[in-house]
Design a protein around this ligand. Structure first.
Ligand SMILES: NC(=O)c1ccc[n+]([C@@H]2O[C@H](COP(=O)([O-])OP(=O)(O)OC[C@H]3O[C@@H](n4cnc5c(N)ncnc54)[C@H](OP(=O)(O)O)[C@@H]3O)[C@@H](O)[C@H]2O)c1
Length: 270
């Protein structure tokens, strides 16, 4: 089955959801109805996710679980053991999706050196789907030629009304790669834009709900996070918000290519 058929479009990000408070927030997300959790080796939240999953009493099959390989584990012989460690932190035999968290910093390693072990991990059943994160069009071209068509399931990138990554998103659509939006609510900064605030108020919604509804309407997945019960719930309620084509077009005009996460060792963005 294609990832588009199985990945719940609105997931819960877990960056910052640490320790007892973090477990509580993840549990709250599961109680609210989120069935897709996003973690990463570098977030240090895999154990919290595993504990919350266990405490929730939900069956493993009900949850879509994503983790990401740290670039530190791209060195020869490290990727598969690191994923096995992630599985043990999460308390599962297999994750649904494993992503390469970033292209190799400064392009120091050739992509094949760390994509091939990920393909191997999938062949061994450690992960159902594989994908990438923070990849540009040029890197996706390379990844598709190494992995073969249809194997790269998603590209997780910074995407919200302020940075819409239109060219990259079109490329992904053309090649059957799902776009997953991180920082989908611009880290709580959407209220700075009067057009978004005004548009949201016409739906009796928050700018965050508006942004999430926009991303879902575009066919993307989105993984907002919050440590606050009421925001966890109100973000999830965006699933019920349907925007008019005119308002989708209006939100498209708010794109400012405003990238918040751009480390100096990162790729040459599109
Ligand atoms: N692949 C990557 O390189 C990458 C990079 C960054 C993030 N991610 C993933 O994407 C997830 C989400 O990204 P993110 O955490 O950076 O940003 P985000 O989800 O866009 O924003 C989270 C921030 O917004 C606040 N917030 C949440 N709901 C709100 C609401 N309804 N109204 C106002 N403020 C609200 C939260 O504060 P409170 O907690 O106080 O509510 C938090 O500070 C992460 O958790 C992680 O899983 C991936």
């Amino acid at each position: 089955m294609k990832i588009q058929e199985v990945m719940p479009r609105l997931g819960f990000g877990t960056y910052g959801r640490w320790k007892a408070e973090g477990i509580e927030a993840i549990l709250c997300a599961l109680e609210t109805g989120y069935r897709h959790l996003d973690t990463a080796q570098t977030y240090d939240t895999e154990t919290e996710v595993g504990t919350a999953l266990e405490q929730s009493g939900l069956a493993r099959a009900e949850i879509f679980l994503t983790t990401k390989i740290s670039t530190d584990n791209y060195a020869e012989g490290r990727l598969i053991p690191s994923l096995e460690t992630s599985l043990s932190h999460l308390g599962v035999d297999q994750v649904d999706l494993t992503l390469l968290h970033w292209p190799s910093p400064n392009g120091a390693q050739p992509l094949a050196a760390y994509l091939e072990p990920l393909l191997d991990a999938q062949d061994r059943g450690l992960t159902k789907y594989i994908g990438v994160s923070n990849f540009t069009i040029a890197l996706l071209d390379q990844a598709r030629s190494i992995a073969g068509e249809g194997r790269i399931a998603t590209n997780q990138v910074e995407l919200n009304p302020f940075i819409q990554n239109k060219k990259l998103a079109q490329y992904c659509a053309d090649h059957g790669i799902m776009v997953t939006c991180y920082q989908p609510i611009a880290h709580g900064r959407l209220g700075d834009d009067p057009v978004l605030v005004d548009t949201a108020s016409r739906y009796d919604a928050s700018p965050e709900q508006l942004a999430l509804a926009f991303e879902l309407a575009k066919g993307y997945a989105a993984i907002p996070t919050s440590g606050k019960r009421e925001r966890i719930a109100s973000n999830f309620a965006a699933l019920h918000l349907k925007l008019s084509p005119e308002d989708i077009a209006l939100i498209e005009t708010r794109d400012r290519n405003l990238r918040a996460i751009a480390p100096d060792w990162g790729p040459d963005w599109d």
